[in-house]
Write a protein that binds this ligand. Structure first.
Ligand code: F6R
Length: 237
């Protein structure tokens, strides 16, 4: 695990933008794993402003809510279209998310896993939940898990309620890449900013390898880069 502590959230996001730009410069047809969430917004803003050429990359997002159509304003597809795919002129053909309104979500999860496995991922971008989740792999998720349907915890639904009219409107299930799916990526970069993530960052980096903190599985990865600001680093020993 390589830990980079940057002075603030803007510097941390800028560092992640640089990593993505460098990869795409070297490998224009890179396969990128992407994440949504507030932490990623400055990353996508930076990428849009940068000269990174994303016309030949293929992207796979970590997760999508079950029960929301791709057009739903709170779907992760809509998030990505608004912040990155649209501004960068990326097509539907090159950008992939699980289909949240597929008639058989379990089959959709298997299809998505197989599609990722076809060429693997050169880089997987991750945020972290305050409870240590990565993707929607909540605490106690199997470290050997693959893409599947997961029930969201009350904590995660409450954390995400800010994007919906009320907590009841937050979907109860999501399709998410599994922890083993994430560990298969050739490089993983996790970005965490703000004090709300400090405990989870300490558990990920210094805690025991445990399904109680799914992000601790990154300790097993040969090339995991953890990028944090000083606030998110504040609980480290
Ligand atoms: C998003 C995802 C989640 C988020 C995490 C942090 O696709 O899979 O694991 O990365 O919940 O979210 P924010 O950045 O909103 O705190």
């Amino acid at each position: 695990m390589k830990l980079l502590i940057l002075p603030d959230a803007a510097a941390a996001a800028a560092r992640v933008v640089d990593e993505i730009r460098d990869l795409v410069d070297q490998k224009p047809e890179a396969r990128l794993g992407l994440a949504t969430g507030g932490t990623m917004e400055p990353v996508y803003e930076g990428l849009v402003k940068s000269d990174a050429d994303l016309r030949r990359v293929t992207t796979f997002n970590l997760d999508e809510y079950v029960g929301l159509s791709p057009q739903h304003p709170q779907s992760y597809r809509s998030f990505m279209e608004a912040r990155l795919f649209g501004p960068k002129g990326m097509s539907r053909k090159q950008t992939h998310l699980p289909n949240g309104d597929a008639p058989d979500p379990e089959a959709e999860a298997d299809r998505y896993e197989a599609q990722i496995a076809e060429g693997g991922l050169d880089l997987q971008l991750l945020g972290i939940g305050a409870n240590g989740h990565i993707g929607f792999n909540e605490p106690t998720s199997s470290l050997g898990s693959r893409t599947r349907v997961k029930t969201l915890t009350r904590r995660t639904r409450a954390d995400n309620a800010r994007f919906f009219d009320d907590e009841d409107a937050v979907p109860r299930f999501a399709i998410t890449m599994g922890i083993a799916t994430i560990l298969d990526a050739r490089h993983v970069i996790l970005l965490a900013t703000g004090t709300a993530k400090a405990e989870a960052v300490a558990a990920m980096v210094e805690g025991p390898l445990s399904a109680v903190c799914p992000a601790s599985a990154l300790q097993l990865h040969r090339r995991a880069t953890i990028v944090v600001d000083t606030a998110a680093a504040s609980s480290l020993a």
